[in-house]
Design a protein. Structure first.
Length: 281
């Protein structure tokens, strides 16, 4: 992804996005378009829904708030002219979720492009600071940071209590696919002691061979609710294939960053405790 043209040498040094581009405070009347569902949620959590003018069809939380916000396509099939018509001052994108060529085209007419790339839960501190500083929501960002610290502490306590457990996290069927250690999902699971397999970093979303040697180390299998919506009917199939305990898991809680990271870590900590209790029973 190339560097957008909006960089300013006068911006505070700490208002840097994932590409190192500096940003000035937005001023009184920003117009935000977000191409990232979890960051659309963060924008609303920071009290900026009134200046959110565009979002993708996958930006669905908070539902009632977003009903009034214009859809501009999907995360990877953005309608450029629809964005242009909204006359945004700021565009929020993500390195993994949005196409480079789309972002480059949008950077031709959107003055400020905020590029994000959180890789671990702790990266959300930087997101809160960045968005809070740009859009004048420092107090709200500080409150989110406090909540994230508490959630990380809770996750660490659960990990310390229950130790590490090797898990397989399924994201797709036909072909079966999982996540690598280099993903944000793996880092979220790891925060509560669930170490995802395979242990490699690449490819980030590998196809799964149920007979692979590393499968012998898997102790538990998770079936995510997104991007493939696994349901109860898949549990028996996966149980036969893996010969391991398996359960459904809320994919939004494991994969959405931004403000959802706080709730997600607490959810994972609670799930870890719950499964441990079932095992003890």
């Amino acid at each position: 992804m190339t560097t957008p043209r909006f960089a300013s040498e006068r911006a505070p040094a700490d208002l840097r996005d994932a590409l190192g581009n500096r940003h000035l405070p937005a001023g009184a009347a920003p117009r935000i378009v977000s191409l990232v569902p979890s960051l659309t949620e963060l924008v609303c959590e920071l009290g900026l829904s009134d200046v959110l003018v565009g979002r993708t069809g996958f930006c669905i939380h908070p539902r009632e708030t977003l009903r009034k916000v214009t859809k501009i396509g999907g995360t990877k099939d953005v309608k450029l002219e629809a964005v242009r018509a909204l006359e945004p001052t700021h565009l929020i994108v993500n390195i993994d979720e949005n196409r480079r060529e789309t972002v480059e085209a949008l950077a031709g007419f959107v003055p400020n492009v905020i590029v994000t790339h959180p890789c671990v839960p702790q990266d959300n501190f930087g997101l809160y600071q960045l968005f809070g500083g740009i859009f004048g929501r420092e107090a709200e960002a500080a409150a989110l940071s406090a909540g994230l610290r508490e959630a990380l502490d809770e996750a660490a306590a659960v990990k310390a209590e229950h130790g590490d457990e090797a898990v397989l996290y399924l994201i797709w069927r036909e072909p079966w696919m999982t996540v690598s250690r280099a993903t944000y999902i793996s880092a979220m699971l790891g925060a509560v002691g669930w170490q995802s397999l395979p242990a490699e970093d690449e490819p980030r979303y590998p196809e799964l061979d149920w007979t692979a040697p590393w499968m012998r180390a898997v102790e538990r299998v998770f079936l995510s609710s997104e991007p493939y919506r696994f349901t109860d009917r898949h549990l028996a199939e996966v149980g036969v294939l893996s010969q391991r305990p398996s359960c459904l898991i809320d994919g939004e809680m494991a994969s959405w960053y931004g403000s959802r990271a706080v709730e997600g870590l607490r959810y994972l900590a609670g799930l870890r405790r719950s499964l441990a209790l079932r095992g003890a029973g």
